[in-house]
Write a protein that binds this ligand. Structure first.
Ligand SMILES: [Zn+2]
Ligand SMILES: [Zn+2]
Length: 135
C-alpha cells in the first residue's frame, strides 16, 4: 500500500493498486459516469459540449471514457472521437478498424522477424560442422 495524492482534489489517500483518485472522487466520478451514460442513451444526437454542459462533466473526461471503451457511442451519436492514426471518426477506443488491423499485422511482423535470426545462425553452424566433417 502506498500514499498517493488524488489527481482530482489533491488529497492524500491510501492506494491499493493503480488508482489515481481518492475513494470520494472515484465515487463521484462513477456517479457522473452513470449520469453521462444515461444522458447519452436518452439524447443520442447530443454533442460532447451539450453532454459536458448538462452533466457538468469536462468534455476531456467524456472523451477519456470513450477511449477507455467504458462509454460506447451509438451510431448517429453527436459525440465523435478520431482515430489516433488517420483521424477518421470512430465511436470507441483509439483506432479505426483499418488502423487497428494494420497495427496487428505490423505487430505480427515484428514478432516473427527476430524468430528468423536463430534459424539462420543454426543453419550456418550446421554448414560449418559439415565442413569440419568433410575435412
Ligand atoms: Zn480526491
Ligand atoms: Zn485510422
Amino acid at each position: 500500500m502506498e500514499v498517493r495524492s488524488c489527481k482530482m482534489c489533491k488529497k492524500l489517500f491510501n492506494c491499493m493498486g493503480r488508482e489515481t483518485l481518492c475513494p470520494a472522487c472515484r465515487k463521484k466520478e462513477e456517479e457522473k459516469f452513470q449520469e453521462v451514460k444515461k444522458y447519452i442513451e436518452e439524447n443520442k444526437g447530443a454533442s460532447v459540449d451539450e453532454v459536458a454542459k448538462d452533466c457538468e462533466v469536462p468534455s476531456k473526461i467524456i472523451y477519456r471514457w470513450v477511449r477507455e471503451e467504458r462509454l460506447i457511442l451509438s451510431a448517429g451519436s453527436g459525440i465523435l472521437i478520431e482515430c489516433e492514426i488517420c483521424g477518421k471518426p470512430i465511436v470507441k477506443g483509439k483506432y479505426c478498424p483499418e488502423c487497428a488491423a494494420n497495427m496487428a499485422n505490423e505487430l505480427n511482423a515484428a514478432i516473427s522477424k527476430p524468430a528468423k535470426e536463430p534459424v539462420k545462425k543454426s543453419s550456418s553452424d550446421n554448414k560449418q560442422r559439415m565442413r569440419f566433417l568433410d575435412n
